[in-house]
Write a protein of this length. Sequence first.
Length: 362
Amino acid sequence: MDRALLHTAWRLADETMRPRAAEADRGDIHGPVADNIRALGEAGFFGLGIGPEYGGLGADEVTRHEFTEILASACGVTAFTQQQLQTGIKFVVEAANELLKRELLPVLAAGRLRCGIALSQLRRAGPPPLRAEQAPGGYRLNGVIPWITGWSLLDGFVLGAALDGGEHLFAYVDIARHRAALTASGPLPLSVMEASDTVEVEVRDLLIPEEAVLRRQPAEQLGRDERRGLTSHAALPLGCARASARYLRELAQRPGREALDGTAIALTLEIDQCRRAALTWNCECVGHPEYLTYALRARAGAIVLAMRAAHAAVVATGGRAHLKDALPGRLLREAQFYATAVQTPEVQASTLDQLISPFFGL
Ligand SMILES: Cc1cc2nc3c(=O)[nH]c(=O)nc-3n(C[C@H](O)[C@H](O)[C@H](O)COP(=O)(O)OP(=O)(O)OC[C@H]3O[C@@H](n4cnc5c(N)ncnc54)[C@H](O)[C@@H]3O)c2cc1C
């Protein structure tokens, strides 16, 4: 764990992000969210997952997990938006196209280029919303990208599309170069994360040159990769749960509210236990016969814990929890959002299992 890096992250979270989190939540992306993303870029945090040979920090998994939790405990919409940028970067890091990596990774690590991610269309059942076909010098794409976050801050994004014959294509799309082929909806009206500037994009005759292709792979590979990364997505809900526990601890300092300390301590112990499980059942254990059972339990456990912790914060607050800018209400909305972020059928089923009341059938 890189303590110096995390110290800087804590400082940014405490001094810059948490004090403006309510303003960030109710505004648009050009307010505190853009300021926070800029500050993270200047501090080099978009290089966390990039190796030093490409100008990045090459941080270990525990550091990256803790970094995400710190941000999610301070400002949910910033944490989620930057996480989508980190995911775009991860696809470039893992690409086979060395020339493109040498061009993009140093500027991404320095926070001077912002790359989003658009691949949820590949998880959709039925006819693919976005299709790619071979064309002279590259590929032609048509269809719809249902979700892409951070749109007006982005210079480019990693795009996944279905090819005929059961393959997926991943490519880097430079937005300025291809603007005529991309029609964005404008920020989607959302009950949570609205300031993330998440849009739907219509794609019409987008011509991707061969040089911008990151990789082609069999369609089944996405499911395998998402299984490997199951517990890496536990950090956002765990950070959200941590914010609720912190709020309850602060409430417990008030005269007559001391009993809330017990609730905060119990939740903190559960958060620590869930984090240990998430970090234990990481991608290195994927060959273990019980990997899927334990990784899904940790991932769904983090989702349900975030909701229970935020629920406790609401209950402990009373009616004022529902005032527009109240922290417990925002944490509950964020927890609810994390319940479907990067959702796969297995994560959905596992979360639903954990949500069934223990009193059912009694
Ligand atoms: C605010 C917001 C921002 C987002 N930003 C991004 C982004 O930047 N990039 C990005 O790639 N995605 C993004 N997403 C998408 C997100 O990560 C999830 O993919 C999405 O929330 C899951 O819902 P869906 O609409 O894609 O799933 P749907 O296609 O509506 O499917 C619902 C669920 O059913 C499951 N399912 C599908 N088929 C079957 C089946 N045959 N049997 C059983 N289960 C099935 C799906 O896996 C999914 O879990 C965003 C979503 C939101 C709400």
